[in-house]
Design a protein around this ligand. Structure first.
Ligand code: NAD
Length: 356
């Protein structure tokens, strides 16, 4: 298949290090890179039992290390040994609710971990590009519903968002170092809540729904009126790789958003679409609360830069992304399909959408 990412492997000429490769986005990213003929090496903590990585049996499928990004010597050694051309840094403590319980660890992992990776990348003679995966939650959000542009102010209220703003401060510092002293090109990529087959994280809407649907239990849902830029996991991942390709060609990008094109859906609408697709056995109890102090209630991203610069556009709108996610899980739980084939089907569809 002739996709616009076909030149990536040649431009790289060496491996991509994916940190967080045992996580949800990291597993999908590894599969996508493999499909594009790119060698991947991985550095992460050991996988969780019900993760997509484990369900796919990904252990030892690539050169990988289960270790902590807070351990500088270990990060340095791994980069020295594997000589990646590019680093896509996903490893993080990514959960807002968890960050209230473990704020210090969240900051250590998300800020110091990013600093360790950046510092090690700048000591490596092989690394040409560094993409750090942050989030739409880095923008200063007054819950007014405006769509954030890359140039908007950053500020995080909850510990997770604040730690990602901290990681952005480190990214900006190393971008300045690259300008003054040379070094890899560093980019911050910001995307919203992703969904897709295989996500089993706690306190996330879609995994909570799937856990309940697959066990025949009633699902309790909070904050029905909150909106989020829901998108299929492959849409920002393809955006990250188009960004990487552009940067490797010598073009300059410092930060870039990847969000849905249409207005964000409310939690209530997501629940309706997901329940309809699963079928009559899906039972959801929506709490009538109008909001929570723990998470921002309105969030929109402006992706114009990605559209204009990279000709990027989502392969799925939000409704189809939800339906595709439910189809993946129905295939897995009900039809007992091989999860590899389910992932492959979605990857081929997404690549077809950016075919030249
Ligand atoms: N999932 C989303 O909706 C979403 C939205 C916006 C941004 N992001 C960002 O994308 C990235 C990946 O998120 P995800 O949903 O795949 O999360 P995940 O929890 O599924 O995966 C996290 C990964 O990071 C690794 N990790 C965590 N702490 C580590 C440490 N101390 N040392 C080494 N590895 C460590 C884990 O082993 C795992 O591989 C994160 O940076 C997250 O902030 C995710």
């Amino acid at each position: 298949m002739d996709s616009r990412l076909n030149s990536l492997s040649g431009l790289l000429g060496g491996p991509v290090l994916v940190t967080g490769h045992t996580g949800f986005k990291g597993t999908w990213l590894t599969l996508l890179l493999e499909q594009l003929g790119v060698e991947v090496v991985g550095y992460s903590l050991a996988p969780e039992i019900d993760s997509l990585y484990t369900r796919l049996g990904r252990q030892r499928k690539i050169l990988e290390e289960y270790a902590d990004i807070r351990d500088l010597a270990s990060v340095q050694n791994f980069i020295k040994r594997t000589r990646p051309t590019a680093i896509i840094h996903l490893a993080a403590q990514p959960l807002v609710i968890e960050s209230y319980k473990t704020p210090r660890e969240t900051f250590e992992t998300n800020v110091l971990g990013t600093v360790n990776l950046l510092d090690s990348a700048f000591q490596s003679t092989s690394t040409k590009a560094f993409l750090s995966i942050t989030t739409d939650k880095v923008y200063k959000n007054d819950n007014l519903g405006q769509a954030f542009k890359e140039s908007d102010a950053l500020s995080g209220k909850d510990p997770y968002s604040a730690s990602k703003v901290g990681s952005e401060a480190a990214i900006a510092a190393w971008q300045q170092i690259a300008k003054s002293l040379g070094g890899p090109r560093v980019v911050a990529t910001r995307a919203g809540n992703v969904i897709g087959g295989g996500d089993w994280a706690k306190d996330r809407l879609m995994p909570d729904l799937i856990r309940g649907f697959s066990r025949g239990e009633v699902v309790q849902v909070r904050n029905p009126l909150s909106t989020r830029p829901w998108q299929h996991v492959l849409d920002p991942l393809i955006g990250y790789l188009l960004t990487l390709q552009e940067v490797l060609k010598g073009n300059h990008i410092e930060s870039i958003n990847f969000g849905p094109i249409e207005t964000s859906l409310a939690v209530k609408e997501v629940v309706e679409i997901a329940s309809d697709r699963w079928g009559a056995s899906a039972v959801v109890k929506v709490e009538t609360s109008t909001g929570s102090v723990l998470e921002a209630s309105k969030l929109e991203l402006d992706s114009l830069l990605a559209i204009q610069l990279l000709d990027w556009k989502p392969a799925w709108d939000q409704k189809k992304a939800i339906q595709t996610t439910i189809d993946w899980w129905k295939g897995f739980f009900i039809e007992k399909e091989n999860p590899y084939n389910l992932c492959r089907r979605d990857i081929e569809f997404a690549l077809k959408c950016i075919s030249s």
